[in-house]
Write a protein of this length. Structure first.
Length: 427
């Protein structure tokens, strides 16, 4: 009997498909960019499509190796705080389910688990061979009782490769004043907020029943971190800090409105255990490229901060709200993007009377695990027009980032709930 040489390959493909796996013989269906690239402006050779419209404030996003998409909602919709989406023809997707009655920001897929956070707790859900959650109604609670004082309350999460979970606990303050955001109010000595917030806490990813008090304060002096990711090249945690607000409003004799709009930079930090980025005692001036002593603690816009505090790895325009960070490890995009960082900027609200800024995804080149060269705008026009950017009335606000199994880039939108997918089509 003559054996068809392609039969083993076809059998392997069928088995991979039945388990929801991609292999050399099992390819994702062709992805077709929308005719207008979903309204986005992209570099040559790239295309974009609207994957789905969730109609909810979509925060962070995770895509399993099998292609299932999980979206964390800021507030639960119809009793569901996490949406499950599965692909249909052409790279689109449809909502196939949902679970988790809590709102929040953080979601991350690693190994055989999906991790998700509310503003107080972190849960994990077992994933099966198809990348689907097996116990949506009964997750394991990994961490409970995280501090939530109603400001900078979102708990972004990420895992390293050694089984550790990192959680942002934002400071419940702008600049640790005696009276928060009040004109002329000075900083609280020693900033007691830093005892319980304003940093990154570390837990075990595989241990049930941990509490806030049992966690390790991994890094401090970080006002609020929403975008964070683990860099596999340098084996290090990187975070994007939201810089402080209202320099002119609080200290009008020291800062004019333009300075208040352009200061301080939004900063990328490379963290090691025990790192201190210096909030609230300093801010980073992107023009002077210096750490400046905060006016609440005796600064005048010129005095330098103590050099002991961590320098940023890179700096970006003020008040643009970096909400997503992703190190790209795929092979779909050209080589220049490999191991570099994509950052989603949600957009500003407090640059007036100067025009608002942001509402884009930028690319930061990296080399040998460190930023290398200037950043560039990668995906723009989420807002809909230059006028909508300037006014702050954006149609869409990019928030979460995820890499698909084929190397495409997913972007979530927490204004209208659109899920985008960016692909590279140049041959």
């Amino acid at each position: 009997m003559k054996i068809n040489p392609t039969r083993p390959l076809l059998l392997a493909a069928a088995l991979a498909s039945s388990f929801g796996l991609y292999s050399l013989t099992s390819r994702p269906s062709a992805v077709t960019a929308d005719p207008n690239n979903a309204g986005l402006k992209l570099p040559a050779g790239f295309g974009a499509l609207v994957v789905a419209e969730t109609g909810a404030r979509a925060r962070h996003i995770a895509v399993t190796p099998q292609g299932t998409i999980y979206v964390k909602l800021n507030r639960a919709k119809d009793g569901k705080g996490i949406l499950e989406l599965k692909h249909t023809a052409g790279g689109k997707a449809t909502v196939t389910g949902g679970f988790g009655s809590y709102g929040g920001t953080g979601i991350y897929a690693k190994g055989n688990y999906l991790y998700a956070s509310s503003d107080e707790d972190v849960y994990r859900y077992k994933l099966d061979a198809k990348g689907e959650v097996t116990n949506p109604a009964q997750p394991e609670k990994i961490v409970s009782g995280l501090l939530n004082r109603g400001e900078h309350e979102s708990k972004s999460i990420v895992l390293d490769n050694a089984g550790n979970l990192y959680v942002n606990v934002g400071a419940y303050s702008n600049s640790c004043q005696e009276k928060d955001r009040e004109k002329g109010s000075m900083g609280r000595p020693g900033c007691p907020i830093l005892d319980s917030a304003g940093g990154i806490w570390q837990f075990r990813a595989d241990k049930v029943g941990q509490t806030y008090g049992t966690g390790t304060r991994f890094a401090t002096g970080l006002r609020n971190v929403v975008g964070l990711d683990w860099n596999a090249q340098s084996n290090q945690l990187f975070v994007m800090q939201h810089g402080r607000d209202q320099l002119h409003d609080i200290f009008p004799a020291l800062y004019d409105t333009k300075q208040s709009a352009e200061l301080p930079a939004e900063c990328l930090y490379a963290l090691t255990k025990g790192a201190n980025a210096g909030w609230p005692y300093l801010y980073y001036d992107p023009v002077k490229k210096q750490k400046i002593l905060a006016p609440e603690y005796g600064g005048d816009g010129k005095k330098l901060a103590d050099a002991k505090y961590l320098d940023p790895a890179a700096a970006y325009p003020a008040h643009t709200a970096p909400d997503g960070l992703l190190f790209y490890t795929g092979t779909m995009f050209p080589a220049k993007y490999r191991n570099g960082a994509f950052i989603a900027f949600h957009g500003s609200w407090n640059r007036a009377p100067e025009p608002q800024k942001g509402y884009y995804v930028v690319f930061q080149p990296f080399q040998n695990g460190k930023p290398s060269g200037p950043w560039e705008v990668f995906a723009d026009n989420f807002a809909g027009s230059a006028e909508k950017v300037a006014s702050g009335r954006a149609d869409h606000k990019p928030c979460g980032l995820a890499q698909g199994p084929d190397g495409s880039l997913y972007v979530s939108d927490d204004k209208a709930g659109t899920i985008y997918r960016i692909v590279y089509n140049q041959k």
